[in-house]
Design a protein around this ligand. Structure first.
Ligand SMILES: Nc1nc2c(ncn2[C@@H]2O[C@H](COP(=O)(O)OP(=O)(O)OP(=O)(O)O)[C@@H](O)[C@H]2O)c(=O)[nH]1
Ligand SMILES: [Mg+2]
Length: 270
């Protein structure tokens, strides 16, 4: 199985983001804490290399917090910083506002010296489904951006005024033209960043089980006692077709869904 997903709207979105860069003061880079390193997209990193960046380790409620904090520590330095949060929690936006102001402080002070209160413009980027639109709605205090439990929901840029002299732009989730590293591709597929219809769900679930048994054996044993394969999980749960054959598709969906909903536990795969 070779996983790659780079539809036309992503290429268009990346080009548009490049064009917009000159009016952007801060990039808000939303990562999925269940696979934070894999959700660093080289195209987006290149785009933001000369801008202050706030890395948002999102979906911490579903992730292995100790591991996330360990990884996140490396995302702080001159001109860049991070926060770990759950965008569905009310109040999570407050810390983002503060960090935007700190990262854009040079511009704010420059204008203040001339007696002008300038507007700070932030661009929210990230792989599909990482929670960009949810984060923006949290910042707005209203559901202004469309969100959804699948990748590719946002199709075009959306500028919103947050008040307090901050404007923010939601963008479509983007991947990159050639997902060479198939381990990264798998992790992106596990977290729902790659459209399910283009990935064989049975192979995906088998790969997920194999990876989780290595990394989180106790959580797997708790969720699927004495099972190490899709076959065993299917039989134990009675997921069989009418002819009493194992229903691999149904079992695969159940396992992937268990992982995505956090039912196996709080997991981070890098
Ligand atoms: N548990 C949990 N779910 C979240 C969090 N943030 C977002 N979600 C959910 O993740 C899904 C995707 O959220 P969106 O905000 O639409 O993601 P997006 O990055 O805008 O996605 P695209 O527009 O497709 O790139 C939705 O079902 C959200 O409810 C979070 O911190 N924790
Ligand atoms: Mg979106």
């Amino acid at each position: 199985m070779k996983i790659n997903w780079f539809p036309g709207h992503m290429s268009k979105a990346l080009n548009e983001m490049k064009r917009m860069l000159k009016i952007i003061d801060v990039v808000i880079y939303v990562l999925d804490s269940r696979a934070p390193i894999s959700s660093v997209n080289p195209s987006l990193s290149k785009l933001s290399e000369n801008k202050p960046v706030l890395y948002v380790f999102n979906k911490t409620d579903l992730a292995d917090e100790t591991k996330v904090r360990e990884i996140a520590k490396n995302f702080k330095g001159e001109g860049y910083d991070y926060v770990c949060l759950n965008s569905t929690m009310s109040g999570a936006g407050k810390i983002i506002r503060q960090k935007i102001k700190i990262l854009a402080n040079a511009k704010i002070q420059k204008y203040l010296a001339k007696g002008v209160k300038t507007t700070v413009r932030a661009l929210v980027v990230g792989v599909p489904n990482s929670g960009k639109s949810t984060l923006i709605n949290n910042l707005c205090g209203k559901a202004k951006a469309v969100t959804g439990d699948k990748p590719g929901v946002t199709k075009q840029n959306l500028w919103l005024n947050l008040g307090d002299n901050i404007e923010i732009c939601d963008t479509p989730g983007t991947l990159y033209p050639n997902l060479v590293d198939q381990e990264i591709a798998l992790k992106l597929a596990f977290i729902g960043s790659i459209k399910d219809v283009i990935v064989d769900q049975v192979e995906l679930a088998e790969a997920l089980i194999e990876m989780l048994i290595k990394l989180y054996p106790d959580l797997m044993e708790k969720r699927y006692p004495s099972c190490e394969t899709l076959d065993e999980i299917a039989k134990k749960r009675g997921y069989l077709t009418h002819g009493s054959e194992v229903d691999y598709e149904r079992t695969a969906q159940a396992v992937i869904d268990d992982f995505r909903k956090g039912r196996i536990g709080k997991i981070t795969l890098d």
